[in-house]
Design a binder for this molecule. Structure first.
Ligand SMILES: C[N+](C)(C)CCCC[C@H](N)C(=O)O
Ligand SMILES: O=C(O)CCC(=O)C(=O)O
Ligand SMILES: [Fe+2]
Length: 434
């Protein structure tokens, strides 16, 4: 093992060692990939022993709230929850007029001025609120329901609501039929569309005028366009005007687009403006469904795919186009606090030389990649659709893979990428909780 470390440097060593699974980290490793467990074990090791102090209760009429002061945190029971709230965190989250500006929703408090050994001087509560007086006499008021929602104990439960699908689940899905006119005119219709899109990672808008302009208009109704080396709106045929297989007639296996961007584009739109010929059906499949199957069947494979950084690259020198893009990151990206999957970076065409991983880890990675590929290739996970003029497909490019059949004849496809943040912003504006 020793010699290969020199290739990767000291910083990388710790996590490579992680993958070698020396037995002292084995427990941590396993726990790390089941976030809650990590916290459980971390907390039980680090919680100071409960001091023999008595639980304090709120006002006599509020038996639903009681607390115990520890060295660095408050243990707060509220309805059926137990929260552990660090004192610096509590002071930092004071929403009083001098600490927080409700007009801008921004903090005014300088967190660096908070004594890291701060402790409440006095605590009292009534039915819905707990009041903490700090040593300098500043008083903070917290809604108990706010704490229940935003405390770690409240937030770690929160994951994006998704329906993971294979072909048969998708067939049963109640996908709304929404049209260009309805979406352009009605927020309710747009909301219906976005709710389906966020649940399934794909959704359609029908009866769209067959033009790049109308496609752009409907794109802008959903979010902001993510301009890229392929343009703002792209509109292409199989003329190899660009140095990429997409611009030919050959089949494309399932993939995520722009894996060679440090942040792959969040959403992609396709509108087939014309096809006189055969073939060219679109393949779609839920990458998260496949990845969750890998997690279930072999957690180690899943871990490896979340840890090993892989490089993707786009090199183009065709006509006037000179581009060289590089993106590096694991194939599966999970939030570190709860292990929820949020981004997949799977594109076997654009994956470039693996040169940052020692030989034994690389083998584990190939095994894990094979397991994921096997899942992704199961026919029962695939859906095939023929894109027709008028039907615009939206794809969550962080989750759903696309591909196509080979085709004959003239085929013109237009579309664009969207900024993911702005699509989510539209959804939140319409009242979707996300
Ligand atoms: C034609 N269009 C602009 C949509 C995509 C071109 C990008 C193709 C590239 N191989 C990738 O998968 O990212
Ligand atoms: O031609 C198609 O249907 C899709 C090609 C493709 O993968 C892309 O443009 O990103
Ligand atoms: Fe693509």
């Amino acid at each position: 093992m020793g010699r290969s470390w020199s290739l990767v440097g000291r910083a990388a060593m710790s996590w490579y060692r992680f993958l070698h699974i020396d037995s002292s980290v084995k427990h941590l490793l396993r726990a790390d990939f089941q976030g809650r467990e990590l916290w459980k074990c971390w907390m039980s090791n680090h919680l100071p022993a409960v001091t023999a102090r008595r639980w304090k209760h709120g006002a006599p009429d509020s038996l639903n709230c009681s607390w115990l002061m520890h060295d660095q945190h408050l243990e707060l029971k509220y309805s059926d929850m137990v929260m552990r709230l660090n004192y610096v965190w509590l002071r930092d989250h004071c929403r009083s007029a001098s600490c927080y500006n409700p007009k801008t929703n921004q903090r005014s408090l300088d967190t660096a001025q908070v004594d890291l050994a701060i402790k409440p001087a006095k605590i009292r509560s009534d039915n819905d609120t707990i009041y903490i007086t700090w040593p300098d006499n500043h008083m903070t008021k917290y809604d108990l329901s706010w704490l229940a929602k935003y405390s770690f104990e409240g937030q770690k439960q929160t994951v994006q609501r998704r329906i993971l699908w294979n072909a048969s689940v998708y067939k049963e899905a109640q996908m709304p039929y929404v049209t260009y006119n309805s979406v352009m005119e009605s927020d309710e219709e747009l909301k219906k569309f976005l709710e389906a899109f966020l649940l399934y990672g794909i959704a359609f808008i029908d009866e769209v005028p067959v033009s790049v302009e109308a496609t752009e208009a409907v794109a802008l109704r959903v979010g902001l366009i993510r301009e890229s080396i392929f343009g703002r709106m792209w509109d292409f045929t199989s003329d190899f005007s660009r140095g990429d297989t997409a611009y030919t007639k050959v089949a494309l296996d399932r993939h995520i687009d722009t894996t060679y961007f440090q942040e792959p584009c969040g959403v992609q739109l396709f509108h087939c403006l014309r096809h006189d010929g055969t073939g060219g059906r679109t393949l779609l499949l839920d990458g998260f469904h496949a990845a969750e199957n890998v997690r279930q069947e072999n957690p180690h494979n899943f871990e490896v795919l979340t840890k090993v950084p892989i490089k993707h690259e786009y090199i183009e020198n065709v006509g006037g186009c000179h581009n060289h893009m590089i993106g590096i990151g694991p194939i599966l990206n999970v939030y570190p606090w709860n292990n929820e999957l949020y981004l997949m970076r799977y594109n076997n065409y654009d994956r470039t030389v693996i040169s940052t991983v020692p030989h034994d880890v690389v083998h584990q990675w190939y095994v894990a990649h094979r397991a994921l590929t096997t899942e992704l290739r199961k026919p029962e996970n695939e859906i095939w659709v023929k894109l027709k003029p008028g039907k615009v497909l939206f794809v969550d490019n962080w989750r759903v893979l696309h591909g196509r059949d080979a085709f004959t004849g003239y085929r013109r496809l237009c579309g664009c990428y969207l900024m993911r943040d702005d699509v989510l912003n539209t959804a939140r504006f319409l009242g979707i909780k996300i």
